[in-house]
Ligand binder design. Structure first.
Ligand code: ADP
Ligand code: MG
Length: 340
């Protein structure tokens, strides 16, 4: 921030369907799940982020947990706005003695509508933002990975988050072609729940499915360094009694196979839509993966054998988009593609 800047604080926000990250003064100050907990009787927010997540699946009659950004869109406007304001308030950016004059760059899923974009903007304004720019997720991911997005070279980025997998080819500071499908982390969790029901006669909660995915999730049925079978807790469908079953990574590879095949097809279609000069670039540079979904075991090698291209996983893929949004904030003047 320059000495004569009109802004007393600058904040970058990655508004993800699963996790939201806020950067202030080059530091990640907030990294929380995009969840709010509401008291249904009073309609008041009782918790956001990690505290709300702890209540997930353990709600009582009065408390409900909501993920306002499901499937890459804003599913619940009011709650999304509350959450955005809460996250901004939780940073020290608005705690200055002067009235807050925030400059913000916010990263939004690319499937978001104009109305939804306005809702995000309004919430940021209500929290004190005076200048707001928006950036789409694949662009922020590319910047966060370290790609020079302004150069005349094509790069393919695949960001697999909670709600959507976003595939984009970027060149000269713009998105050349892209595809967004609603197959990502949440869908993987659903696949795991269904598999457990069918195969093990067992009902498991969303958070348990998430643990199973992280502990023994795999995109391929042969791993050279396999994880140990995971003891999974749930409820037996037939007896209704709590139970425990050990789950193997091969089972999860099977459960996720169809979803991963859909991501593969979307990548193949995007490659087929790519203009030839850019395709030639991608042949040399390969495909870059970001987002939490890219941590799935064997996904990079599976995508690489499908596309016959090199596949690189971003360093710290859960934070690549936030890092890119932070870099965009420092380059607001140079990055003319940021949306006002
Ligand atoms: P979003 O941008 O939509 O908020 P993120 O990039 O933060 O999404 O990624 C969140 C998703 O990544 C979640 O669905 C989560 O389950 C998944 N994820 C996180 N860690 C892993 C892992 N080790 N293996 C597989 N999936 C993971
Ligand atoms: Mg994201």
């Amino acid at each position: 921030m320059g000495l004569f800047s009109l802004f007393n604080a600058e904040v970058a926000m990655d508004l993800g369907t699963a996790n939201s990250i806020v950067i202030h003064n080059d530091q990640i100050v907030i990294d929380e799940p995009s969840i709010v907990a509401v008291d249904k009787t009073t309609n008041k927010i009782v918790a956001v982020g990690k505290r709300a997540q702890q209540m997930q699946g353990r709600e009582n009659r009065n408390i409900e947990t909501i993920r306002p950004l499901r499937g890459g869109v804003i599913a619940d406007f009011e709650m999304a706005q509350h959450m955005i304001r809460e996250f901004i308030k939780m940073t020290s950016a608005t705690r200055s003695v002067l009235p807050p004059a925030l400059r913000m760059v916010i990263c939004i899923p690319s499937g978001i509508t104009n109305v939804e974009e306005r809702a995000v903007r309004e919430s940021a304004e209500q929290a004190g933002a005076k200048e707001i720019r928006m950036i789409h997720e694949p662009m922020a991911a590319a910047i966060g990975i370290g790609i020079d997005v302004l150069e005349p070279i094509g790069h393919m980025v695949v960001d697999i988050g909670g709600g959507t997998a976003e595939i984009a080819v970027i060149s000269l500071g713009g998105i050349v072609c892209n595809k967004s499908i609603r197959v990502a982390g949440d869908e993987f969790n659903d696949n795991i729940c269904e598999y457990m029901k069918k195969q093990h006669n067992m009902v498991i909660g969303e958070r348990t499915a998430e643990r199973v995915k992280i502990e023994v999730g795999s995109a391929v049925s042969e791993l050279s360094d396999p994880p140990e079978d995971f003891p999974t807790l749930g409820r037996d469908i037939v007896s209704g009694i709590p139970c425990e079953k050990y789950v193997n990574y091969k089972e999860i590879a099977h459960a996720l196979d169809k979803s991963i095949a859909r991501i593969e097809s979307a990548i193949m279609e995007t490659l087929a839509d790519t203009p030839p000069e850019l395709a030639a670039d991608i042949y040399k540079t390969g495909i870059y993966l970001a987002g939490g979904g890219s941590l799935l075991r064997g996904l990079d090698s599976r995508l690489s054998s499908k596309t016959k291209l090199q596949v690189h996983v971003a360093e710290d893929p859960l934070r690549a988009v936030a890092r890119g949004t932070g870099i965009a904030l420092k380059n607001v003047e140079r990055f003319s593609f940021l949306m006002r």
